[in-house]
Design a protein around this ligand. Structure first.
Ligand SMILES: [Zn+2]
Length: 484
């Protein structure tokens, strides 16, 4: 993150200039723009600070606006993507005092990839369905996640040409977002200006759909339209269709947000925003480094390659988020987090003493989360490295807390906006007190200045009885806490 400081300073200076010059100037006729009369002002109290949300774009070759930026009145692909999310912000999210993407600015090194599956559809098309993740989505998400590995804040957005079905026909889907996910803040968006679906004006407005998908990633579900039931806090009648997060029945003018929605969007995943409170929080994404030990026989064991850490040196807790690649099932799975809190092999034990197939020297503490019965049963145990073996401790909830989340995939199409559970997430909060009490006191440095070495291992049984194991990352990775 430190290496980005220059750009951060530079771009804060530029931020308002970009907003003013790129967004509020007079655009050429026919060019996408957020006219002044479309810009929505804040609905939050005047002293509420602006939060900045970065967009980590990846795009596929073959997307019309990527192949020829002049189609959308831009000079290059970076400006296509940058201005697209700036418009989504100023036309919609300024209501919640969320500035979408001004820090990276036009200097951002957006990821540009070839279509991972050229056997179906045109280059740039993405195979989707509205009931599960598809292989092509996974194949695209991995390189994009890797591309942005050094920049853990922000939302990952993938620009594709058009969503298609497995038989190559056009899908009515316009955008896809993952919600209830701290590890996969992802959205996918089509080049809608060029592939207008039956939704007409509403769904050919890329910025409007982008703004809606952003809402999902920030933790909002549909304000109405999910089986007629208002979601989140029930703050909207299901016959209200002018809200940005309206599902079924939304219109091209569906742009407003409620204060309650802003509150959720601003607080549900605070680590996505930048700058966050650096004194207390830092984030690291951990990816597998190739040669992935996929566990396709059971997706709930196939760990997604991102972990997020919130270090809280003053009080608070160390939080580890583990993403899976599928849903928990009736079989028991053990998720292990191996921690070498001082990054010294001379303290602690070898992890093979507690997890078979593992071989990490110097492990001081281990957290084991046993999940069974489709996620309805879970049990935590903390193990401390003793003189010769790992000693188990069942800790009270205030010292070790585990939350199981179901992450959903939202799809937006002219017919409906629907959601379906697609993967799980395990949040582990290990209190400062537990770290002190069950580790050797002298070796706990809450800024982890010597590095915190970590690895997560999932072990379980597939439906056919096969034992399945996945490691994330494949080799233990060292994380450095950020100095205040
Ligand atoms: Zn939606």
């Amino acid at each position: 993150m430190i290496r980005n400081t220059f750009w951060i300073i530079r771009s804060w200076i530029c931020a308002m200039a970009i907003l003013l010059t790129n967004n509020c100037g007079t655009p050429s006729p026919g060019c996408p723009h957020c006219a002044e009369d479309l810009q929505l002002s804040s609905i939050l109290p005047g002293d509420t600070p602006f939060n900045s949300l970065e967009m980590k774009w990846c795009a596929l070759n073959g997307v019309p606006s990527v192949e020829d930026p002049s189609l959308v009145c831009e000079d290059n692909v970076e400006e296509v993507l940058l201005n697209r999310h700036l418009r989504a912000g100023t036309c919609n999210w300024t209501q919640c005092k969320i500035l979408v993407g001004t820090i990276f600015g036009p200097t951002a090194n957006y990821g540009l990839f070839d279509d991972p599956n050229l056997s179906i559809g045109a280059p740039g098309d993405l195979v989707v369905n509205n009931t599960s993740l598809t292989q092509e989505m996974e194949e695209l998400a991995n390189p994009c996640d890797n591309h942005w590995n050094m920049q853990p804040n922000g939302i990952t957005a993938i620009a594709i040409r058009e969503f298609i079905n497995t038989d190559g026909t056009d899908s009515p889907i316009n955008g896809i977002a993952f919600a209830n996910s701290g590890t996969r803040p992802f959205l996918f968006i089509g080049d809608l200006e060029f592939f207008p679906s039956t939704g007409g004006a509403l769904h050919s407005n890329t910025e409007r759909v982008l703004a809606h998908e952003l809402g999902h990633v920030l933790g909002l579900c549909h304000a109405n339209g999910d089986e007629g039931v208002a979601c989140n806090s029930g703050f909207l009648d299901f016959n209200t269709f002018d809200n940005l997060m309206s599902g079924a029945g939304s219109s091209v003018n569906s742009r407003t947000l409620e204060v309650e929605q802003c509150d959720i969007a601003r607080t549900r995943y605070p680590h996505l925003f930048f700058p966050h409170d650096r004194t207390y929080t830092s984030i690291a994404s951990i990816l597998d480094e190739g040669g992935e030990n996929y566990a396709p026989a059971d997706k709930s064991i196939d760990l997604y390659k991102t972990l997020v850490f919130n270090h809280l040196p003053e009080k608070g807790h160390l939080e580890v988020l583990i993403g899976t690649n599928g849903l928990f099932n009736e079989r028991k799975t053990d998720y292990w987090v191996l921690l070498d809190v001082d990054n010294k092999v001379s303290t602690g034990l070898n992890s093979h003493q507690i997890v078979s197939g593992s071989n990490q020297e110097g492990v001081d503490m281990v957290v084991k989360v046993e999940v069974s019965n489709n996620g309805n049963g879970s049990n935590n145990t903390l193990y401390k490295a003793g003189a010769n073996e790992f000693e188990p401790h069942s800790l009270p909830p205030q010292l070790l807390k585990t939350v199981l989340e179901t992450s959903e995939m939202y799809v937006s199409s002219p017919e409906e906006c629907s959601s379906i559970p697609v993967f799980q997430e395990i949040g582990i909060k290990l209190s400062r007190e537990a770290l002190m009490r069950y580790s050797l006191f002298r070796e706990v440095d809450f800024s982890f200045s010597n590095g915190l070495k970590v690895q997560t291992i999932a072990a379980g049984t597939a439906a056919d009885g096969t034992e399945v194991v996945d490691k994330c990352p494949e080799l233990p990775r060292i994380i450095f806490g950020q100095k205040p």
